[in-house]
Design a protein around this ligand. Structure first.
Ligand code: AMP
Ligand code: MG
Length: 419
């Protein structure tokens, strides 16, 4: 019986598990996938590095100039007044100066050009007097100024990137600076998505009487469109236990994760959790979160299974708070920066029941004093997807919190850098 499955008790409603515990249990169950592939460097942004990258060269390979100017010996810097240095040649990026430089002479040098051996100062051209064949320098120059040392970015032999690094544009550039053209990355995570519900129609088709268009699968496909995920679109499955069982069983043989939406409550046509129980294991199915209370989590064959709620806002909220951390752990991503939260003054009274986390959709802005302010997007029903579309932040009302008064501080999770 599903009722005997582990969940959690709570003074507010029996069987509701606090969000933090639900997330801990999810994370404890989902190991990193194994397997990797070799891909061209230019396709690797947003993938996860499989093995360490060790530098086999110095970057930069040669000591070079950081500015356009003149290179000379520090010994020629006068202790007072000025001195003249003859310009005896020039060094350009990629075109080194091949002669030798005597004391009292200098070389015109451009940014990135290799420093002729022994020279140890570069003066910016704006900081010297420029004449036809010589320059005039004063006493303010210092040994080593405007010089980039060989290996000051990456030293030959050092570990530049560790396995599990989620690759950013800077990482791709860094590996290109080492001359790499292909790298090994963790394989893509195979995520299957299904919508369940007899009322659902495919956008583009005519709706049947009482029907609605399926939006959840589209939100999820959009949220999962990223370089490290392979999406398996399972379409719409009717409210039929056998069909669900069939589909989830088949998919569990090859997918890493199954996401279904709808049919996870206690209504007459809600079969998802009984199917999960029948063909897999249920870890929990009720979480103390609004929106998103019915959220089934378990395993079917090889696949982690999330039975997300049917309501469109609840789908996205549970996706970002539970599914996203889970799939990033499975992908083997280490040390991705934590999405920042901040405190903002709320512009209106908010109703909140203690004993569950509430995620309201907010519009975050700064007032004339530069303080963060947040207002809700209006009606907060979990079927009102527009509330999510209008929002630029979640307002996170913590588990124990009660009603909030206008002007109080609340925790806000900005979407920028998060979604
Ligand atoms: P359920 O959890 O199946 O009872 O669904 C809860 C609510 O979400 C119902 O109003 C459903 O019609 C709606 N719903 C379920 N699935 C979808 C979907 N894929 N797209 C849009 N709305 C949905
Ligand atoms: Mg349904």
């Amino acid at each position: 019986m599903i009722e005997s499955q582990p969940s959690c008790t709570d003074i507010f409603e029996s069987g509701l598990m606090p969000c933090s515990e639900a997330l801990d249990r999810i994370m404890a169950r989902l190991p990193k996938i194994s397997g990797y592939e070799r891909i061209p460097l230019q396709n690797a942004c947003g993938r996860t590095l499989h093995e360490p990258v060790i530098s086999h060269i110095n970057v930069p390979p040669h000591t070079n100039s950081a500015v356009d100017g003149y290179a000379f010996y520090a010994e020629d810097i006068p202790s007072s007044n000025t001195t003249e240095l003859n310009v005896i040649g020039q060094a350009l990026a990629g075109k080194q100066f091949r002669g030798s430089v005597q004391k009292g002479a200098c070389v015109r040098i451009m940014t990135g050009a290799e420093l002729p051996p022994g020279l140890d100062v570069v003066a910016m051209q704006e900081h010297v007097g420029v004449f036809e064949n010589h320059i005039e320098i004063d006493s303010r120059h210092k040994r080593g100024q405007n010089i980039r040392l060989a290996g000051e970015d990456l030293k030959c032999g050092e570990t530049v990137l560790k396995p599990g690094k989620w690759l950013t544009p800077a990482d791709i550039g860094l590996m290109a600076s080492l001359g790499l053209t292909e790298i090994n990355v963790n394989r893509k995570l195979k995520v299957a998505i299904a919508s369940t519900g007899d009322e659902l129609c495919e956008p583009g088709d005519l709706t049947s009487p009482g029907g609605i268009y399926d939006s959840n699968r589209y939100s999820l496909i959009a949220a999962l469109t990223r370089p490290d995920i392979e999406i398996v679109n399972l379409g719409i499955i009717p409210d039929n236990a056998e069909k669900l069982l069939d589909c989830f069983n088949q998919t569990g043989r090859f997918a890493d994760m199954i996401l279904s939406t709808g049919g996870v409550s206690v209504g007459e046509a809600d079969f998802t959790k009984s199917v999960l129980q029948h063909s897999g294991q249920v870890e929990f199915w009720k979480v103390a979160i609004k929106p998103g209370r019915p959220l089934a989590f378990g395993q079917i064959d090889k696949a982690a299974f999330f039975g997300l709620p049917g309501n469109p806002v609840a789908v996205l909220v549970t996706f970002y708070y539970f599914v996203l951390p889970a799939l990033e752990q499975m992908l083997g991503i280490n040390g991705k920066p934590v999405a920042p939260t901040l405190k903002a003054r709320v512009s209106e009274n908010l109703r909140k029941k203690p004993g569950r986390t509430e995620i309201q959709r907010g519009i975050l802005s700064r007032d004339e004093k530069g303080e963060w302010r947040v207002a809700t997007t209006g009606k907060q029903g979990s079927g009102i997807l527009r509330s999510m579309s209008l929002a630029n932040a979640f307002i996170v009302l913590e588990h124990e919190a009660g009603d909030v008064k206008a002007g109080e501080w609340v925790t806000v999770q900005p979407f920028a850098g998060f979604l």
